[in-house]
Design a protein around this ligand. Structure first.
Ligand code: NDP
Ligand SMILES: N[C@@H](CC=O)C(=O)O
Length: 338
């Protein structure tokens, strides 16, 4: 039995819960182990702890009607609850704060210090405190899995950490925010910026504060995570030029289309000839012959440049409930199978 606890029970956590229920709580490829949810800790929606297992079918059925009355415990000290609960894995899916990484950093530290593994989609901690958390996990002999922090359920962190080990990567660049790509794609069809943004919110792609998506901060967080994962370098936010898509108008999009081009919000991280690592976030006009041209809606695409393989491009889901829930699910299986 693998006992899990959700910290933050929003879209992504509910996506994971749905996948687990679909598979009748049995983990495939993991010796048919059962997953049992022993806690849900959400500061706004409410909490519930049950050492015998929470009935997730009922919780999710209610959540689909925006009813969280089953989460009837009012737990305000989330780190204390994480510390005290008897569980194997903490699912950290509270909101991303790219400036401080909090409160997620304290959730993760508490989980590791109290002997629990962590799987998370929260970008803040790994944009600003990657080395600290990985070192703490090593010290405690626990695992921290972060596949969903970049490109949701599309494997990229695992590819960088395993599949491309030793390939001498020099750059990673592309589209890494689903919301802004969705907005720009819909604007190409004539939809207004505001209508496209509210659709992206309804579909579960946007951050709790979507300013982060449209002003490029979410892409910045991913650029900083990639700098840590690929180059082992902690970039400073203030050193990275960041420009979002909020100033791109319908007429800009039409004009680009008339010239067979498309606007895309791009992020890049690369190592220069002196070995210095740089990051950049900005919208770019993409031509028809560029592989990013056909990447539409919430799909993302990242080109990894390495001296051994040249360019390796990964295309796939960049955001969404089930897509991101899957990243957590996959990380849980990896931990159980290790
Ligand atoms: N949605 C997506 O496609 C993706 C999301 N992510 C990341 O995954 C995480 C979760 O995203 P998502 O589910 O969409 O976001 P949601 O806003 O839907 O869910 C986050 C939940 O955490 C709750 N919460 C806020 N603060 C705390 C806290 N201190 N302790 C416990 N719970 C808290 C929120 O309450 P309330 O809303 O009531 O304030 C909300 O229920 C975010 O960090 C996001 O950046 C990563 C990849 C893709
Ligand atoms: N808000 C983000 C969610 C995934 O990281 C996005 O739109 O890409």
């Amino acid at each position: 039995m693998v006992k899990i606890v959700y910290v933050g029970f929003g879209i992504v956590s509910q996506g994971l819960a749905e996948i687990i229920l679909r598979n009748k709580s049995v983990l495939p490829l993991a010796k048919n182990l059962k997953i049992q949810t022993v806690g849900i800790l959400d500061i706004m929606k409410g909490s519930k702890i049950d050492a015998n297992g929470i009935n997730m079918h009922d919780v999710l059925t209610n959540a689909n009607n925006d009813d969280y009355s089953l989460l009837s415990e009012n737990i305000l000290d989330i780190p204390k609850a994480i510390q005290e609960i008897d569980a194997d894995i903490i699912i950290e899916a509270s909101f991303t704060d790219i400036k401080t990484g909090q409160p997620a950093i304290s959730h993760i530290e508490t989980a590791l210090n109290s002997g629990k593994h962590v799987v998370t989609t929260n970008k803040g901690p790994f944009a600003v405190a990657h080395e600290h958390i990985i070192n703490l996990a090593k010290l405690k002999g626990k695992m921290v899995a972060i596949e969903g922090t970049v490109m949701s359920g599309t494997p990229i962190i695992n590819v960088l950490n395993n599949g491309l080990l030793g390939s001498d990567i020099t750059a990673v660049s592309g589209i890494m925010n689903g919301t802004s790509n969705y907005i720009l794609s819909k604007m190409e069809l004539g939809m207004s910026y505001n209508d496209a943004l509210s659709q992206a919110q309804k579909l579960g792609y946007a951050e709790a504060d979507p300013t982060s998506d449209v002003e490029g901060l979410d892409t910045l967080a991913k650029v900083m995570i990639l700098a840590n994962v690929v180059f082992d370098v902690q970039l400073i936010q203030e050193d990275i030029e960041v420009k979002g898509i909020s100033k791109i108008t319908l007429s800009d999009v039409k004009e680009a289309a008339a010239n067979n081009k498309r606007w895309k919000l791009t992020g890049s991280v690369w190592k220069d000839q002196e070995g210095m690592v740089h990051g950049l976030v900005c919208p770019k006009l993409i031509s028809m012959n560029d592989s990013l041209y056909g990447i539409s809606d919430a799909t993302n695409a990242l080109k990894i440049t390495s001296s051994i393989l040249g360019d390796t491009t990964i295309v796939g889901a960049g955001a969404g409930k089930i897509e991101t829930g899957f990243a957590l699910y996959n990380d849980i299986i990896s931990i159980v199978n290790r």
